[in-house]
Write a protein that binds this ligand. Sequence first.
Ligand SMILES: C[S@@+](CC[C@H](N)C(=O)[O-])C[C@H]1O[C@@H](n2cnc3c(N)ncnc32)[C@H](O)[C@@H]1O
Length: 246
Amino acid sequence: MRQETFSVLQALAEKHTGQFLHKNKQVLFAGRLTGLAFRTGHDSIDALARHIGDFRPGANLELEAATALLDRHSRFVSERRELAPLFEQVIAPALARTAPGPYRIWCAGCGSGQEAFSLLILLNNVLPAETVRRIDLVATDISEAALMRANAGLYSHFEVQVGLTAGNLIRYFTQASEQRWQVSPALSRQVQFQAHNLLSPEDAPGRFDLILCRHVLGGMTPEHRARAEQALHRHLNPDGHIHLVG
Ligand SMILES: C[S@@+](CC[C@H](N)C(=O)[O-])C[C@H]1O[C@@H](n2cnc3c(N)ncnc32)[C@H](O)[C@@H]1O
């Protein structure tokens, strides 16, 4: 990739997603853009970068390129090590304290959905069904590709082996094929996946009692990270809690 191309991509990623592209990962970024370059009739990433502005308005190739560049690595979260402390210290006391209305949770930058499903598994394991019905879980991401995977709820054999216990796999998934596992419809119904850019706080899906934002803000430039964090705080209910990782 030419130096001008990398500079164009770096500026695009920052403008649309707030994410900072490190120079030493250029090969990785080129790989993420190859599919988009060929789909749009360009024979190289350099050619795509040269024409990226020509597609506006309408097609918004800029945004597509910026989201294709993102790190979308998602994984199931360990119930015992990572989520149980959050449940014991934040969720359980809040459920006990608040009136029996909805308890709203937002997974911001949810990737392919594993984080939201991990949380639901924990809640279903430890709470009575009527309390689980109080939970209103919204999970958002800027990437349509990540949201498509989250809505499909299909994970590879390798993915379910990271962070999920065998008991939870059997209870909440069915084996769709030799290599893939499908989240149960009952669990899928408990979360709404939506598109949302953390840099566009006006589009946020309401106010929440708990906001999780894991492995998203750490990749942003300091200015964008500060903006996104402020926006998350503005969408917190009084006595709400923000769980930031990375
Ligand atoms: C490394 S993944 C982490 C996913 C998930 N939180 C987890 O820990 O498994 C980061 C996610 O943040 C999303 N993301 C990055 N910048 C974003 C932005 N400005 N607005 C919304 N989502 C963003 C990416 O699309 C990606 O799915």
